[in-house]
Design a protein around this ligand. Structure first.
Ligand SMILES: Nc1nc2c(ncn2[C@@H]2O[C@H](COP(=O)(O)OP(=O)(O)OP(=O)(O)O)[C@@H](O)[C@H]2O)c(=O)[nH]1
Ligand SMILES: [Mg+2]
Length: 292
């Protein structure tokens, strides 16, 4: 059997999680139009013929200074080590490639790299050629692929380009396993996805979700969660007038999880708490699953 780990890296919002889900044809990682959506390394396992690909989606690399930002960066850099290949994704609609070149160079890993120029649906073909030429000039050895994952373009080419980096070995995960994350983790992420979807500005970026209970019962999955906020005035925003916003978040979460798991959600209860400074407190970050 041919097996291998492939890390997906890049700046925030370039489409890394969209690519992971497209490769698996299943939703494993949350996707939103906002930068800094993914906060952890998330594995997605694809079994095809006698191949097992273990893709690792990672948090977008940016130079944020909060403790949480540092943990997210660490998670991306750690994921780049000991892999068979790195897919470095670039948003083709960027004005300049300078920041991407900086981020690309900051990845200290000997693994072979493939650059995926994503979102080519947003640019003219001429601009695509210019970007490819600029990348080729800087990194002459690297394979560059164009893609529009949103429009299902370029996915097979990405898989084909990785195939040569797989190696003979035993599968890392048994057949049927889609991700290394459990249902509680997925519930937490979908609540975060809805926070990012419904709330503007810094509220979702300054919040975390803790799952207090996630259990399958005869009636369906029972979930109890707490949204942790950094600022007291965010509590009213998350709960909304007469509890309207939290109801909206709860309803959207239940619908999404039901669709993902193909299981009924018996109940979902969400509490809202304020814990100032959680993003800079190593102990709290670790409790919430960020860092050691
Ligand atoms: N136009 C266009 N949009 C895309 C494409 N691929 C992804 N997107 C959109 O880009 C946005 C960000 O996608 P994500 O997959 O969450 O990006 P990410 O790189 O995982 O972002 P972080 O988790 O924040 O690092 C979403 O709105 C996607 O729908 C594409 O090929 N074309
Ligand atoms: Mg992501």
């Amino acid at each position: 059997m041919k097996v291998g780990f492939i890390a997906i890296l890049g700046r925030p919002n370039v489409g890394k999680s969209t690519l992971l889900n497209a490769l698996l044809s299943k939703k494993v990682s949350i996707v939103t139009p906002r930068a800094q959506t993914t906060r952890d390394a998330i594995m997605g396992i694809l079994n095809e013929f006698d191949h097992q690909y273990v893709f690792v989606d990672t948090p977008g690399i940016f130079d944020g200074s909060a403790g949480l930002d540092r943990e997210m960066r660490k998670s991306a850099f750690t994921s780049s080590r000991d892999v068979n290949a790195i897919l470095y994704m670039i948003d083709a609609s960027v004005k300049s490639l300078d920041t991407d070149f900086e981020v690309y160079d900051s990845i200290r890993s000997d693994a072979p790299r493939i650059i995926v120029l994503n979102k080519i649906d947003l640019i003219r073909p001429q601009r695509g050629m210019e970007l490819k030429a600029e990348i080729k000039e800087k990194y002459p050895e690297v394979t560059i692929l164009e893609a529009s994952i949103k429009e299902n373009f370029g996915i097979k080419e990405i898989k084909d380009a990785i195939e040569c980096y797989l190696e003979e070995g035993q599968p890392f995960f048994p057949q049927g396993v889609l991700t290394d994350k459990d249902m509680a983790y997925q519930a937490k992420e979908v609540i975060r996805e809805k926070l990012l979807h419904f709330l503007h500005q810094e509220v979702p970026h300054q919040s975390a979700v803790k799952i207090d209970r996630c259990e399958e019962t005869a009636k369906g999955v029972v979930i109890e969660a707490t949204i942790i906020l950094e600022k007291p005035n965010h509590k009213g925003i998350v709960i909304g007038k007469g509890g309207e916003m939290i109801k909206k978040i709860g309803f959207a979460t239940r619908t999404e999880l039901g669709r993902m798991w193909k299981k009924p959600i018996a109940s979902l209860h969400i509490e809202v708490e304020v814990d100032p400074g959680w993003r800079n407190d190593p102990r709290k970050l670790a409790e919430l699953g960020y860092g050691e």
